[in-house]
Design a protein around this ligand. Sequence first.
Ligand code: A2P
Length: 438
Amino acid sequence: MMSSPHLPLDTVDRTLPLPSHHKTLALRYLTLRLIVSLLVLTVALIIPPAAILTHLRQLSGQILRYRPFSFYSSTRAASEMPSPFASELQVAQLAVQRASILTKRVFHEKAKGTVDKNDKSPVTIGDFGAQALIIAALQHNFPADEIVAEEEAAQLREDPTLRNTIWQLVKDTKLEDASAEKLLGGSIADSDSMLELIDLGNSKGGANGRIWTIDPIDGTKGFLRGGQYAVCLGLMVDGHVKVGVLGCPNLPADDATRLTADIGTNQTDEGRGVLFSAVHSEGATSRPLTAGALAEPAKPISMRPLHDLAKATFCESVEAGHSAHDDQAAISQKLGITEPSVRMDSQAKYGSIARGAGDIYLRLPVKATYEEKIWDHAAGDLIVREAGGQVTDIYGKRLDFAVGRTLANNKGVVAAPAAVHRKVLDVVQEVLKITPSS
Ligand SMILES: Nc1ncnc2c1ncn2[C@@H]1O[C@H](COP(=O)(O)O)[C@@H](O)[C@H]1OP(=O)(O)O
């Protein structure tokens, strides 16, 4: 009987002898299968199945995370799934790094010792310049995203001299790494484009979609005196902060440096500059904010475990008009803290407690009507929470970034390690006479 490709398999006559070259092929095939089976058995006996799975996950993660940039360095362990915000984090870090370079130039060229400290023009120049550079990077990479930023360009449209001063700085400020600079979109085309970019920061904010928050120079007084200030960038998705980056050019680069006072006032740049970052559910990190910052691996940071609240270091604003120093002193005393508070400007306070250089940050309201701005808190709030902290307002509510350009649903800020936050909040409420119903 002839076998036919159209016959069902079980009708083929298997008793027919195979041609000899078929026999050789069959023999080779069986030998190969035997060798493969033996290999699989050996591997399975030596390496536990979980390890094989982990290896496969690592391999797929590495392939998915591959970026053709030499400076790219993810903070996630290789065994984890790729971060959904990897490119946002990378762009945000580089954008903050580039803007920080501009602010340092402004300080050294236009502020340091040369002007009356009442002259706010270095702040204006640094603010507009840093905002333009950050928005240019965001616009290049995520053109559909909205932006809530502090500055608008109307003042520059009326002042050609100021506009030109800023443009000269903006067009000359670049990252050292050419591929990183290219990733951010390179130079802005001209000064008109710069003004248009600055004005893109006019989103109303809210609970829907992707919205970036920018404070180009947070802590203007600190910036002017050569003390603490921060370049702040956060990404919110549907009202929740997912990525936060803080460039703190004047904080000590070494995470282990404990807070004493406004460290770094008018010192050189040597050993200073930190880039704090956090991605929701992925932890917080720090790395030196040097020119080639992202070449350095990011180090995970965490809040200091506080076994004895009396030994806490608490920090607060320098400006008495920004937070109630007297209430904060009373709280500190009730907690048994004997060390004086550490006063510093800007969101550098959030970064400092997140890396365990300090422990508690209190920002108790001075004016009942003041609404905190989302760009003053978005990045810092995420960085502290991802480092093991809790951040609430004085009523114990999480900061609500979903209601517009301000934190209209919150009053004040209480940030502390999660394990002791409730205790700190109890004392805050006792001193402020807040009852659960108030
Ligand atoms: N009455 C106030 N209460 C709280 N924060 C304020 C008040 N007035 C201004 N600020 C904000 O404090 C921030 C600086 O905080 P810090 O004291 O921690 O450095 C500034 O961005 C400033 O916002 P703005 O730029 O709108 O004036």
